[in-house]
Design a protein around this ligand. Sequence first.
Ligand code: BTN
Length: 248
Amino acid sequence: MVEPEASSTRFGDIRWLTEVDSTNRYALDEARAGAAAGLVVVADHQTAGRGRLGRVWVAPPGASLLVSVLLRPDLAPDQRHLVVIAAALAMAEAVHAETGVRAGLKWPNDLLVGDRKLAGILAEASGDAVVVGIGVNLHWEDVPSELAEIATACNLEGGRPTTREAVLAAFLAGYAIRLDDPTGTRADYERGLVTLGRRVRVEQSGGVVTGLARGVDGAGHLLLRCDDGTTATIAVGDVVHVRAEETP
Ligand code: BTN
């Protein structure tokens, strides 16, 4: 007997929408209405895409893969980050396989090429449901001037032409495997995390901390040796990699 691909058994319900406010909002509402784990929501265009830390996420129609996956992970709250880092790794691998572009991971789960962002992930929870939403820039005609220093797209990095469908299929296949391998996922995440060993500035609601990124603890928090000699454990924040010549 031929076994169905792990991704098609885990992610059986794929809904591709022309336009929606936010695929994360749509998937969370479906979760609250009782949708099963494995729902995948994709949109050509979002009118109110959500980013981390209350930001908006903007992408020209059809130029990015905008996808949200609904999971109901059987994990303790402090281990739920595993489904997010598994998504970051699976998307980095899918992008590399489909375009040849190699992205590094910035804590907690951005995909970067150099210092520019190729993809971002926003995980949102409701009860036992977690929605993992990813936006990955595949084919942008150009990057708006206000984003020029901070964002990029696969085509602008010399990537082979691809389609959102191909990247989605590669991502879901890899994600299904990674979700079943938390130990390997954690180890590969630390290997892929280009933040480690870098001087960073961490912007949090309570202020800014600077220091050296030393590691990640078991809950996925960033461990920092601060410039004032103390150590800090960062649960939430915006990390900026500080260039060697820059004073943080
Ligand atoms: C970030 O700020 O880095 C996270 C961005 C996450 C954007 C994606 S696009 C698909 C999904 N739907 C949303 O509204 N947001 C996420």
